[in-house]
Each structure stands twice: as C-alpha cells, then as structure tokens.
Unconditional design. Sequence first.
Length: 277
Amino acid sequence: MTEGAVTKDSAAAISRRTAIGGMGAAMAMPLVGSAPSRTPRRIEGKVALVTGAGRNLGRATALELARRGADVIVNARSNQEEADAVAAEARALGVRAVALLADVGVEAEVNRMVADALRELGRIDILICNAGFRGARSFTEMTTEEWRTATAVNHDGPFFCAKAVVPSMIANGFGRIITVSGLNSWHGRDGWAHVCASKMGAVGLTRALAAELGQHNILVNHVVPGAFLAHPNVEQIPQGRLGLEVELANVYAFLSSDDASYVTGQTLHVNGGDLRY
C-alpha cells in the first residue's frame, strides 16, 4: 500500500512481468513464502505487527518475517478474507499468526487490535507501518475531509500504532518501529499535496521517537520504497527494472533484527537508484 507505484489507470504503467524480464542474478533470489534452509532467522521468536498486510508489499513483508521465524499479526482495514489468507500462509511456514482488522486512522480500532494481539501472542516486538492512503486531488479543489482522510492513515496511523505498542516494547526492553512513505512524498507530485504532507510527517515522528526511545532499546527508522508494482518509465531507474517484493521485505527484516542494533532515526531509500538521496 506504499505509494512508490503509479496508479493502475495510468496509460504508461508497465506490467511487473515485463519489468522483471532480463533481471539476471536478481531472479535467483528466493520467492517470498519459500523456506530455504539458509534463510537467516535472526528475528526468530519475535512478534511483528504489519499494517496493511492483506496484499502486495504488506503481504510480502509479513511472509518474509514469518519465513525468518517471527510470529506475525496481519492487519487489514476491512478485508477479513485477505488477512486470513495471509495469516494462513504464515502459519504454513511454522509460526503463529493472527489476522486482525483495524483502520489505523481510528485510534479506538488500533487500541482494540493491539489489545487483541497482545492477548493472542503475548507481546509485540516489531511494528511496520505499511498501511497508506493514496489518491489524487487538485489542491484548489481538495476538501478538508479529503485532507483529513489522508492524514488519518498516513500521519495519525503511525502515531496511534506506535503509541499502542511502545509500552509493551519498553516492558520487554526491545522494540523495532519502521514507518514508511514513498518516492512521491520526497520529490512531490501534482495533486498529492495531502499524501505528500502526511507521509513526510511520519519522518519527523520517526526522528523524534528515535531520540526518545533509544534508551529503551527501541529503534525507529523510516523506509522509502521506490517502484515495486509499476512505473511509467522503468528505463529511468538505474537498475533498469522494478523491485522485487522480497528486496523490500529484506530491508524490513534487517531493520527488525539485532543486525541493525546501531541504526535508529535513519531514512533508507529502496528504489534501485530511481532517487539518489
């Protein structure tokens, strides 16, 4: 649900199948959901909450964490069937998994989801704020309601989720929080003032929480995915292709583990060189 891809109705959007043609060595990477014996399991036994995990990049992230041994909480806003399916895939990988519905822009729903997750799995060690709102509207025509809809998911959502899980993380002496934006938020996009502003707000939240929570061994970082689902001109990406879902999921897994034990308050761009920052 991150915003690195153009909308499906863009006439110039290319298919993922076309983009991954001729990728060479990258095609040898394991697919999400497979379980090769050499897969690092440095987050084994941890519990991860992934918002917006019913499909696409969120699903891939939840399954990669499960493949590495983490129990997962699969969040979706309203599609129970999709969330249940992802949770079942995770359980097939040998971990515990629950599917919980919640609109991350509604504090009461987030609090209920986290309470249910703690009751089911006992703790939450990792929070990945993947859920996001996208939608174009001219700034001069944008209503306050449309502005609030974007900020509720993209800005309030990470705040509500972090606020709900941090007490458990402090009690356990371990936490990893990852907020997410997208390329459009960094270079700006016509008609996306509400999306760009709300997602960049999460960067400020990330930096402030990193400063405040580091003393509790809670590390907070921000990830900016590039094009993983579609792109109007894939040739402009220096690597000449779309990203694989597992390549983004691997970054989340790294930041969730002790391999990143001295990384906090940082922004990581995962875009094949599409934006050099």
